[in-house]
Design a protein around this ligand. Structure first.
Ligand code: HSE
Length: 317
């Protein structure tokens, strides 16, 4: 089979996993920020990684998130060509907005395009989970699936194969603050309790069900009521300075609710309108200014399409 010889550029979006109550199960894609990845096929087999940022990530394919995802995908292609990927990350590793997932998702979406889109989205999630395994030791898909499908996705299962349920959602504004500390997903998973009290489990799955219903019914009040986590947040929030102030201040400013983005340290809040999302951003800025901690905020929306493939952009930027 002949494959595309011209390079592609992929915009790979940041994502918010867990969505407060749905640990490892729900996630959504953000319109901003995005990593930029350039991919091209090579005659030399294997994967070549070129980093175009200052994060110092490994370039050895088996130890690189994008590389591991690409290797998994190439293993499924008969007479596979090689692939070179140049990566410019703007999503800081360890930020909690799906940095590793953006690398893995962007890589497999880009290579799939070069291979004439022979794989389905669910297959791409499966390949990309090899990248998440390199990053955190766990094949979780709650950042990858929204990164690949766009919008909000529910991950019903990851084994024996990913079972992804894309969900409709009403228009939502998302305010994110990234306090400039690093929380490794592997560490943030390690500290979680292995056992859950039945009463907490009941409350949690009631919230997950109600959140899904709120999204599908475009019921903003129900979405807000369901953004409650009695299992993971009480443990992880201890790692995040300013957590309580941001959460309470944002609710007082009119946010529907929110909490830790993925494994943190970023926090996200959902709002029904842009003015509220701006007021929430001010709460976040005031909090970290007062704490004397560097931070970065994003005021954005849900990205409905996930990774975007640009074929006509010049290779060099
Ligand atoms: N569901 C994962 C976790 C997301 O919370 O550990 C990591 O971004």
């Amino acid at each position: 089979m002949t494959y595309l010889s011209s390079p592609v550029t992929v915009l790979a979006p940041a994502t918010v996993a867990n969505v407060v109550c749905a640990f490892d199960v729900l996630g959504f894609a953000l319109a901003e920020p995005n990593d930029v990845m350039h991919l091209r096929l090579t005659e030399q087999p294997g994967v070549t990684i070129i980093n175009e940022d200052d994060f110092g990530l490994p370039t050895e394919p088996g130890r690189n998130v994008a590389g591991a995802a690409l290797l998994a995908m190439l293993r499924a292609v008969p007479e596979a060509p090689g692939v070179e990927v140049r990566i410019r990350k703007t999503i800081r590793p360890g930020s909690g907005i799906g940095s590793s997932a953006a690398s893995a998702a962007g890589a497999v979406v880009g290579l799939n395009h070069l291979l004439h889109n022979q794989f389905t989205k669910v297959e791409l999630v499966d390949f990309a989970m090899a990248g998440e395994e390199v990053a955190s030791g766990v094949r979780h898909a709650d950042n990858l699936a929204p990164g690949i499908y766009g919008g909000v996705t529910l991950i019903r299962a990851t084994v024996p194969a990913p079972d992804i349920v894309p969900l409709d959602a009403p228009p939502l504004f998302v305010t994110v603050v990234h306090p400039q500390i690093e929380v490794k997903t592997s560490d943030a998973r390690q500290i979680l309790k292995r056992q859950v009290a039945l009463g907490d489990a009941v409350r949690q799955w009631a919230n997950v069900g109600a959140l899904v219903a709120g999204l599908l019914q475009h019921d903003y009040a129900l979405i807000g009521r369901s953004l409650e986590d009695v299992i993971v947040e009480p443990v992880r929030s201890i790692l995040i300075p300013g957590f309580r102030e941001v959460k309470e201040g944002s609710r007082a400013a009119g946010a529907l609710g929110g909490g830790i983005s993925g494994s943190g340290p970023s926090l996200f809040m959902l709002s029904q309108d842009e003015a509220t999302a701006r007021a929430v951003q001010a709460v976040m800025q005031d909090t970290y200014h007062r704490l004397g901690l560097d931070y970065h905020t994003y005021l954005t929306t849900i990205n409905p399409t996930g990774c975007q493939v640009l074929t006509d952009e010049p290779l060099t930027t």
